[in-house]
Design a protein around this ligand. Structure first.
Ligand code: GCU
Length: 335
């Protein structure tokens, strides 16, 4: 009896060890060849973050698990400027960034975010999905970035904690936060206000403490960051549309085979279509949430909007003199 028990125990141990070994082998076989980081400064439920997650899933699926992308939301990998610096050296592999801080590193991008450049969403997408957008995507040679695809970020509007902005004169003397960008500082000054450049995650407390009187952003950002709780006057002036880009570090890109590069591009484009759908829904739900919370929303009259537009016209000569043919081509696409 005892001998039988000992034999059975021995057999069980052999089987367990064998199974354990097989599990280990399987783990080895499916271990990814690459694990990459992806920086996103928006919250987990935000359209761009959801787009990034879709992108990461698609890449994992299409490479049979060889490439894994870890999406870090909420600015966990640093503010946008820091992330852009890191990307250049491969410290971060992927990111979704706003064109505004990126244009400080690749000035030609300013062309795509000039104030009152597009007549609306359709116009912007016609440009980005067309030859001009493709040319820009392919124009990053010599930089530390490779651009993968465009994401939507709607139109930006002004908001304030102190008073509703209903006319150009209201801007006078206001301290308005802008992204860390010379172009945006120029825009605020052209409108008669003072610009305060600062990182996105600092804006809430700056509004709360009165360091600034206002800021500007799209509906989803205004809502998602809860800026509407501390700056309840929102003016729909749509002064610009700032497209966003999915980027990969050139250092990382060069580690990949052509086949993997193609997969990454394809998945980035696919995720962009998904993000655009989510964006449209979120714009509406954010607007509703903000209005339901009792914020005062002002819609600029067409005459007043024309005055805002007139005030920034000289910026085209200042920032885009070398690219006027491109500006003309963009304008023509909107007609
Ligand atoms: C938008 C954009 C962010 C950016 C922010 C800002 O929310 O999606 O990437 O950081 O604007 O105003 O800084």
């Amino acid at each position: 009896m005892r001998i039988k028990a000992v034999l059975l125990f021995g057999l069980a141990m052999v089987i367990l060890t064998a199974c354990g070994g097989r599990k280990e082998d399987q783990k080895m076989a499916s271990a990814p060849e690459f694990v990459f980081t992806y920086a996103e400064n928006q919250a987990e439920d935000y359209p761009t973050t959801q787009g990034a997650r879709r992108f990461a899933d698609l890449v994992e699926e299409k490479t049979g698990g060889r490439i894994k992308i870890l999406v870090k939301a909420d600015g966990d990998l640093g503010d946008e400027k820091t992330v852009i610096e890191q990307i250049q050296f491969g410290g971060v592999d992927f990111a979704r960034v706003s064109l505004t801080p990126l244009a400080e590193f690749v000035p030609r991008l300013n062309v795509l975010q000039m104030p009152y450049l597009y007549t609306g969403r359709e116009h912007m997408w016609k440009v980005l999905d067309g030859e001009i957008g493709d040319d820009f995507l392919n124009s990053f040679d010599g930089s530390g970035f490779v651009a993968l695809s465009w994401y939507d970020a709607g139109a930006r509007n002004f908001y304030s904690s102190t008073k509703p902005i209903t006319k150009l004169e209201d801007m006078k003397g206001m301290k308005i936060r802008v992204q860390e960008s010379e172009l945006m500082v120029g825009m605020i000054e052209a409108l008669g206000a003072s610009a305060v450049p600062m990182a996105y995650d600092k804006v809430y407390s700056a509004l709360q403490t009165g360091l600034i009187d206002g800021a500007e952003n799209n509906w989803p950002s205004y809502e998602s960051t809860a800026h509407y709780e501390v700056a309840g006057y929102y003016t729909i002036d749509e002064h610009n549309r700032v497209p966003e880009l999915q980027l990969i570090s050139r250092v990382t890109w060069e580690k990949l085979t052509k086949e993997d590069q193609d997969i990454i591009r394809e998945c980035a484009r696919e995720s962009s279509l998904y993000e655009r759908e989510l964006w449209e829904e979120r714009e509406q739900s954010s607007e509703k949430k903000v209005r339901d919370a009792g914020c005062q929303v002002v819609e600029l009259s067409p005459e007043e909007k024309a005055r805002f537009q007139e005030a920034v016209t000289s910026m085209y000569g200042e920032y885009c003199a070398e690219y006027m043919d491109m500006i003309d081509a963009i304008a023509a696409a909107g007609k």
